[in-house]
Design a protein around this ligand. Structure first.
Ligand code: 3SL
Length: 233
């Protein structure tokens, strides 16, 4: 049976092999939720960057620039990091260069993976179906917060483990812990996360509706994949 493992923080990546497996990047609040929303609403491609300057330079190539640092839109960028911004019809067919505090860093740290896909609650069922296909082992990489474990990404990892439990075996205790946590939280994730560090951080920025939205499963039927440095569907 194929296996699933969970890397709870990009700082633990040295413990995991990626070259022979599908890697699912998750940053529920809010980077991967934004990516999924943008591509589902018709954005042609998203090029993720770890560094701000590299992202900004893409303006000269006709890209919109987007993302955040510490939750706030970067000066000079066209868009921030709220999923609602990416429903804008003017983005249809456009390309976006994107950088965030943790989400795009997790993508960079997963370089060399056999395949990289983007997960969020918004496309939970689509990602589950995609991972059930084929025989590749799976690694879920939680973007976390500056190296520290967070609850919301762990819950998503747990949801995947739970939904695939008939066809995939946990590789160590992190997937089991995530699954158990998800089963405690699944019926009211907003309430479960109310005291979590990033929810508190985002509440200070007055972003309650982003939190609600990002925790709503199955809004979109897309699986973004990283192909030649760009996320596409
Ligand atoms: O860290 C990230 O990648 C972001 O998603 C963080 S925030 O939700 O915009 O604060």
């Amino acid at each position: 049976m194929k296996t699933i493992d969970v890397c709870l923080s990009p700082d633990l990546m040295h413990l995991y092999r990626v070259d022979d497996r599908k890697v699912v990047i998750v940053d529920i609040l809010r980077a991967t939720s934004c990516m999924v929303t943008a591509l589902a609403h018709g954005v042609a491609a998203i090029k993720p960057f770890a560094k701000l300057d590299d992202c900004l330079a893409m303006k000269a190539e006709g890209y919109y620039t987007a993302g955040e640092r510490n939750g706030e839109k970067v000066d000079g960028f066209d868009f921030g990091n709220s999923p609602f911004e990416y429903m804008d019809p003017k983005l249809k067919g456009e390309r976006i260069a994107f950088t965030t505090t943790n989400g795009t860093q997790a993508i960079a740290r997963s370089e060399g993976a056999k395949e990289i896909i983007i997960g969020s609650f918004l496309n939970l069922s689509s990602v589950t179906h995609y991972l059930k296909e084929g025989s590749d082992n799976v690694l879920v990489v939680c973007a976390a917060w500056k190296g520290k474990v967070n609850l919301e990404d762990t819950l998503f990892a747990g949801a995947l483990v739970e939904l695939m439990k008939e066809s995939i075996e946990p590789d160590c205790d992190a997937p089991l812990a995530a699954q158990r946590l998800y089963n405690l939280a699944r019926y009211d994730m907003v309430d479960f996360l109310k005291d979590s560090s990033h929810v508190k951080r985002l509440n200070r920025l007055n972003i309650h509706k982003d939190i609600q939205f990002c925790l709503t499963p199955d809004q979109y039927d897309v699986v973004p994949r990283l192909i030649n440095g760009s996320l596409i569907i």
